[in-house]
Design a protein around this ligand. Structure first.
Ligand SMILES: *[C@@H]1O[C@H](CO)[C@@H](O)[C@H](O)[C@H]1NC(C)=O
Ligand SMILES: *[C@@H]1O[C@H](CO)[C@@H](O)[C@H](O)[C@H]1NC(C)=O
Ligand SMILES: *[C@@H]1O[C@H](CO)[C@@H](O)[C@H](O)[C@H]1NC(C)=O
Ligand SMILES: *[C@@H]1O[C@H](CO)[C@@H](O)[C@H](O)[C@H]1NC(C)=O
Ligand SMILES: *[C@@H]1O[C@H](CO)[C@@H](O)[C@H](O)[C@H]1NC(C)=O
Ligand SMILES: *[C@@H]1O[C@H](CO)[C@@H](O)[C@H](O)[C@H]1NC(C)=O
Ligand SMILES: *[C@@H]1O[C@H](CO)[C@@H](O)[C@H](O)[C@H]1NC(C)=O
Ligand SMILES: *[C@@H]1O[C@H](CO)[C@@H](O)[C@H](O)[C@H]1NC(C)=O
Length: 522
C-alpha cells in the first residue's frame, strides 16, 4: 500500500462520514479517532518521507486538522479519484473560498506529497505572496495569475521548488524585481509574468515613449510659441536681458492704456491721438499715435528718426522712451509730464526772474541740440514747451531731418522770447500772426516799450531794463538779415548776465539769496 493511499485511507476512515459540513465546522467539531496515534506511527514506519514524520514532536491534532482540510480541498478540486490520489489543488475562480484555504497554514506545513499542481488563479487574492504555498516543494505547476498580489516576490524561497516547470504569476501588482538575475527564473520567460509588475512593462514603456515623443515636441512648440508671443507682443514682461529697449508693441500699448480707452485719451487732432499710459513697471508715459496712413518708405524713415530721438539726453528735453511700428499702429512714446505748458503758465503772470529761468533752460536745451544733434528740429512754441517742477522747461515735438537751419531756430526763439516778455499770443491776437506780432513790437521799440512789456512786470528798476533789453535781443533774433542774429552762446551769456545782475542789484542781499534759492528750485 502506497503512502498516499495510506494517507487518504486515513481521511476516508476518520472523516468521510460527516464531511458534508463546511471545513470550518469540521475543524471545530471533529476529533481524532482513538487509534490516530497508531495510524500515524504506522504510516511513518512504512513511509518516512511523509512530511509530518520529520518533525521532532508530532502534533497529532494539527496533523488531524490538516487531513480534514485535505479532504475538503480534494472535494473542491472535483477530483474523481480523490481518495486514491490528490494530485491537484484547483481553486481557480473561487474567490470566496480560496483565501480561506490559504489561511490554513497547518495544511500547507504538512502539504501532501501527492499534490503536483496548485491553481489559485482568478481569485482576487490580496496582499503579499502567500509563502505557505512554497511548503509544497514538490509541485510541478503553480498558477497565481489574475490576483491582486503586491509587494516583492520572495525570489530566494523559490529555489527549493526544483521540479517547478509551469509557473504563472501574470496579472498581479508585484513590485518590479530582478527575476532575470535569478538562476531559478532563468527557465521561465516573460509569458509567465505578463502584467505581473515584476518585469519592466514594455507596453507601459511604449506608452510612456509615445507620450514623451508626442508631448515633448508639443511642449517645446508651446514654449516656443509662448516665448514668441512674449517677444512679439509683451517684451515688457520678459526679464530685462531679453527686452529690446525703446521698442513697444501694440499689445504693450494696449495694456498700458487699458485697451486705448476713452478715459486715457487726453488729446486728439487730425492724424494724432494722444493717450496717457502706465507701463508694467509703473512709469507713466505719453503715447502719441499717428493714424495717418504712410508708405513703407516713410515708415522706415519714421523708425530711423525714432532711433535718433531715443538717444537725446538733456534735462530740458522731453525724454523719448521709444516707438511702436507694427501693423497699422505707429506711435511715439515719451515720458509723461503732469505740469502745464509755458502758454498756460504765462497766463498766471509769473515773476520776471522765473521767466528768465525758463528762458535759460530753453536755451540750454537748444544749445545741446545744436551741438550734438543739429539735424533735429523742434517746435519752439509756448504751447509746445512743457514745464516740469524739477527740471524746468522741457522742449518737445522733435523732428528729425529738419531742413530749417539754425537761423530759423534762432528766429523761433526770438518769437518765444517776445511772447515771454509781452505775454501775448501772436496767432490769436494778431491778424498777420507772428509777423504782425513782431511788427507790432518793433513799432513800439525803443520808444514805447511799456506798451508791449507785460504789465505785471514793474515799469521801473532792473527787471524792466532787462525786459527792454530782452526785446532788443528778441528783435535781433527775428531779424533774418545775414549776420544780424546772435548765436545761442551769446544769448545764453546775456541771460546769465541778467540773472546775476538781478541778484546783485537786489536792495536786500539776504532776501535775494532766498529768492535765488527759490528760483533754482523752479
Ligand atoms: C463535495 O463537493 C460537492 C460539490 O462540488 C458537494 O455537493 C459535496 O457535498 C461535497 N462532498 C463532501 C463530502 O463534502
Ligand atoms: C498516543 O495517545 C496517547 C493517549 O491515547 C497519548 O498519551 C500519547 O502521547 C500519544 N502518543 C503520541 C506519539 O502522540
Ligand atoms: C525526512 O527525514 C528523512 C530522514 O530523517 C529524509 O530521508 C526525508 O527526505 C525527509 N523528508 C522530508 C519531506 O523532508
Ligand atoms: C475569473 O472568474 C470570473 C468569475 O468569478 C469569470 O467570469 C472570469 O472569466 C474569470 N477570468 C479568467 C481569466 O479566468
Ligand atoms: C513552510 O513555510 C514556512 C514559511 O515559508 C517555513 O518557515 C517552513 O520552514 C516551511 N516548512 C517546510 C517543512 O518546508
Ligand atoms: C522532483 O522529482 C524527482 C523525480 O520525480 C524526485 O525525485 C524529487 O524528489 C522531486 N523533488 C522535490 C523537491 O520534490
Ligand atoms: C516561453 O517559453 C515557452 C516554452 O517554455 C515557449 O513556448 C514560448 O514561446 C516562450 N515565449 C516567449 C515569449 O519567449
Ligand atoms: C498565464 O496566464 C495568462 C492569463 O491567464 C495567460 O495569458 C498566459 O499565457 C499564461 N502564461 C503561461 C506561461 O501559461
Amino acid at each position: 500500500m502506497s503512502a498516499t493511499l495510506l494517507f487518504f485511507n486515513l481521511i476516508s476512515l476518520s472523516i468521510c462520514p460527516s464531511l458534508s459540513a463546511s471545513v470550518v465546522e469540521d475543524l471545530n467539531n471533529l476529533l481524532p479517532p482513538p487509534d490516530f496515534n497508531t495510524t500515524i506511527s504506522n504510516n511513518c514506519l512504512r513511509e518516512p518521507s511523509l512530511r509530518y514524520c520529520n518533525y521532532s514532536s508530532i502534533d497529532l491534532l494539527e496533523i488531524f486538522k490538516s487531513t480534514i482540510v485535505a479532504a475538503h480541498l480534494c472535494n473542491e478540486s472535483k477530483n474523481p479519484n480523490c481518495v486514491e490520489s490528490f494530485p491537484k489543488i484547483d481553486l481557480q475562480s473561487s474567490p470566496r473560498i480560496a483565501p480561506l484555504y490559504l489561511s490554513f497554514s497547518f495544511f500547507w506545513k504538512y502539504c501532501p506529497l501527492t499534490i503536483l499542481s496548485i491553481d489559485l488563479s482568478n481569485n482576487s487574492i490580496e496582499g503579499p505572496f502567500p509563502l505557505e504555498i512554497l511548503n509544497c516543494t514538490q509541485i510541478h505547476a503553480l498558477d497565481l495569475s489574475h490576483n491582486q498580489l503586491t509587494g516583492d516576490l520572495p525570489i530566494e524561497s523559490f529555489t527549493s521548488l526544483t521540479n517547478l516547470t509551469l509557473l504563472n504569476l501574470s496579472y498581479n501588482h508585484f513590485s518590479e524585481s530582478k527575476i532575470s538575475d535569478s538562476h531559478f527564473f532563468a527557465r521561465f520567460n516573460s509569458s509567465n509574468f505578463l502584467h505581473s509588475g515584476l518585469l519592466p512593462d514594455h507596453k507601459g514603456f511604449r506608452i510612456k515613449a509615445v507620450i514623451l515623443l508626442v508631448c515633448f515636441p508639443i511642449l517645446v512648440i508651446l514654449i516656443v510659441a509662448c516665448w514668441g508671443w512674449l517677444c512679439f507682443c509683451r517684451p515688457d514682461i520678459l526679464p530685462s536681458v531679453f527686452q529690446q529697449r525703446h521698442k513697444f508693441t501694440p499689445t504693450m500699448l494696449k495694456t498700458a492704456t487699458s485697451g486705448f480707452s476713452e478715459k486715457n485719451l487726453v488729446g486728439k487732432s487730425r492724424g494724432v491721438e494722444i493717450y496717457k499710459g502706465v507701463l508694467t513697471d509703473g512709469t507713466e508715459v505719453r503715447i502719441e499715435i499717428y493714424t495717418e496712413k504712410i508708405s513703407m518708405e516713410q515708415r522706415r524713415k519714421f523708425v530711423k528718426e525714432c532711433k535718433v530721438l531715443v538717444q537725446l539726453r538733456h534735462r530740458n528735453l522731453v525724454r523719448v522712451m521709444g516707438w511702436c511700428n507694427r501693423g497699422r499702429l505707429r506711435a511715439i512714446i515719451t515720458e509723461w509730464m503732469d505740469g502745464e505748458n509755458i502758454e498756460m503758465w504765462l497766463s498766471g503772470s509769473p515773476p520776471w526772474k522765473h521767466r528768465l529761468k525758463v528762458l535759460k533752460g530753453v536755451v540750454d536745451g537748444m544749445r545741446y541740440l545744436q551741438e550734438q544733434w543739429p539735424e533735429i528740429g523742434y517746435d519752439l512754441r509756448t504751447s509746445g514747451v512743457l514745464l516740469s517742477q524739477e527740471r524746468g522747461p522741457l522742449i518737445s515735438r522733435f523732428k528729425v531731418g529738419e531742413q530749417n537751419g539754425s537761423s530759423r531756430k534762432t528766429y523761433r526763439f526770438g518769437v518765444f522770447l517776445l511772447e515771454i516778455i509781452t505775454n501775448r499770443r501772436p496767432q490769436e491776437e494778431f491778424e498777420k500772426g507772428e509777423t504782425g506780432f513782431i511788427e507790432w513790437v518793433s513799432t513800439h521799440y525803443p520808444g514805447n516799450t511799456q506798451k508791449v512789456i507785460d504789465e505785471r512786470i514793474k515799469k521801473t528798476g532792473t527787471m524792466y531794463e532787462q525786459a527792454t533789453e530782452g526785446i532788443e535781443l528778441a528783435l535781433m533774433c527775428t531779424d533774418l538779415t545775414l549776420g544780424h542774429q546772435p548765436s545761442l552762446t551769446q544769448i545764453s551769456n546775456k541771460l546769465k548776465a541778467y540773472e546775476s545782475s538781478l541778484v546783485s542789484s537786489s536792495p536786500n542781499n539776504k532776501k535775494s539769496h532766498r529768492e535765488r534759492g527759490e528760483s533754482h528750485k523752479l
